[in-house]
Design a protein around this ligand. Structure first.
Ligand code: NAP
Length: 238
């Protein structure tokens, strides 16, 4: 029997990542719920298993290379491949800071998690994604990282974070281009402004709404797009 699909969602113990994990599992995908904290990760995976979903906690701190390597080893030993990688985990440290006051340490930490972490996780798992028939990689980005929209529809609200998402978009385009002659698709998703710990209580969208575009990109058919940036399933300007 052909085994079902396997997905990994990073930073999935809460917020949009948790909802993405739930939505993918509802499509009969085995979901590895990545979380850096064991208690939070186990508790979140347990909640989704209580809903009858095939979800398992996978320890993964994307700022720690040894944690990434251990996670990749575990996926390889248990499943031998990975069909879907959703790079969801991120931090936002500099809400409300002016670009002229951009703090070097906040920038370093933000890039370490949001960019270097995403690149390292993807690099560690790509060999397993190549083993599947039609890999999908989704990088959670933000319209706040759209260089074309800043100053127009998107304001300046957290410069280190916004720079990190612009860099994530760069990685999406570069990797998608490298993989263009493979079945693997790589896309960036903006979930919109969503009510989570990061988005805050005043955000207009629910996590269900925020998860829609990432889940759509994670389950694209073979004729779907690659190397794009989407919000509400529509292209966003870079
Ligand atoms: P959130 O509620 O703050 O959740 C972030 C998740 O990332 C948490 O599970 C957190 O784990 C995890 N994380 C942080 N650093 C990590 C690390 N080093 N290793 C592994 N996991 C780590 O954020 P969210 O609002 O759901 O956002 C999810 C994604 O959507 C992010 O990429 C964000 O930039 C993007 N986004 C969000 C909004 C919005 O309005 N909310 C808008 C645009 C884009 P802990 O629980 O252990 O801290």
């Amino acid at each position: 029997m052909q085994p079902g699909k396997v997905a990994l969602v990073t930073g999935a113990n809460k917020g949009i990542g948790f909802e993405i994990a739930r939505r993918l599992a509802r499509q009969n995908i085995t979901v590895l719920l990545g979380a850096r904290d064991e208690n939070r990760g186990k508790e979140a995976a347990g909640r989704l298993r209580d809903e009858g979903l095939d979800v398992h906690f996978l320890p993964l701190d994307q700022t720690r290379p040894e944690s990434i390597a251990a996670a990749a080893r575990q996926v390889e030993q248990q499943f031998g491949r990975l069909d879907v990688l959703v790079n969801n985990a991120a931090i936002l440290l500099d809400q409300g800071v002016a670009p002229s006051n951009l703090d070097a340490e906040a920038l370093r930490q933000t890039l370490e998690t949001n960019v270097v972490g995403v690149v390292n996780v993807t690099r560690a798992l790509l060999p397993l994604i190549r083993k599947g028939p039609a890999g999908r990689i989704v990088n959670l980005s933000s319209s706040g990282g759209s260089l074309g929209l800043i100053g127009d529809r998107v304001g300046v609200f957290a410069p280190a974070y916004q720079i990190s998402k612009a860099a994530v978009n760069g990685f999406t385009v570069l990797l998608a281009s490298e993989l263009r002659n493979t079945p693997i698709k790589v896309n960036s998703a903006c979930p919109g402004w969503v009510r989570t710990d990061m988005g805050g209580p005043g955000a207009p969208l629910t996590v269900e709404q925020g998860a829609d575009t990432p889940v759509w990109l994670a389950t694209l058919p073979d004729d779907g797009p690659t190397g794009g940036f989407f919000n509400s399933r529509q292209p966003v300007s870079w």
